[in-house]
Design a protein around this ligand. Structure first.
Ligand code: GLN
Length: 197
């Protein structure tokens, strides 16, 4: 099994290291054709408007639409979540609409641009502690009916899944806690039937 990390901008290297800790081979993806060789994809944090420009320049949008339609799992953290969401505000911008959530960018305000928290995730029916690092993070303001909330911070969803798509508003790759990457690796190993629905 090989998992790609979109390596256009942002902290892709830390995701590759987190995957290595789970014993999974990480492949840096810089061109759409490289998606052919991976079973799942991580879209890292960074700056979503810059990522969008680079994705557009390289023709990633149709390639990612095919990847998703085939049911291959995708995990977006922070800016990656912003790209995968259905609606984006502050400001409005294009997004791929692979998961039915509405997000607000940079939604914690200046006082709390970056912070850490301990939370609890519900993964495969088990409550699991998770470490969370938030950096100029978006907030999930709306969760669609088909979306499972896997972890909350306060009463807001911060880790969510719809079929083959997993998103986090925080950065699990910046902690030593492998929980979220292990969960994504398990999604790639055992895709759910009809996962792209
Ligand atoms: N603030 C960034 C954006 O809106 C996301 C920050 C991150 O990925 N750490 O694109």
């Amino acid at each position: 099994m090989r998992i790609g990390v979109l390596a256009l901008q942002g902290d892709f290297d830390r995701h590759a290291k987190a995957l290595a800790r789970c014993g999974v081979e990480a492949v840096e993806v810089r061109k759409p054709a490289e998606l052919a060789d991976v079973d799942g994809l991580i879209i890292p944090g960074g700056e979503s408007t810059t990522l969008l420009k680079l994705m557009d320049a390289w023709g990633f949008v149709p390639a990612l639409e095919r990847f998703h339609a085939e049911g291959r799992p995708i995990f977006g953290t922070c800016a990656g979540l912003i790209l995968l969401a259905r609606d984006v505000e502050n400001p409005r911008q294009f997004s791929l609409d692979f998961i039915d959530v509405g997000v607000e960018r940079n939604a914690y305000g200046r006082q709390r641009e970056s912070f850490e928290a301990h939370g609890s995730a519900s993964l495969d029916g088990r409550a699991t502690p998770v470490e969370m690092v938030f950096i100029r993070a978006p907030r999930i303001r709306r969760v669609g009916a088909g979306v499972e909330t896997l972890a909350r911070h306060g009463d807001e969803a911060v880790l969510a899944r719809q079929g083959s798509v997993l998103v986090a508003t925080f950065h699990p790759e910046l902690t030593d806690d492998p929980t979220v990457h292990e969960y994504f690796c398990s999604m790639v190993r055992k895709p759910r039937a009809g996962a792209a629905a």
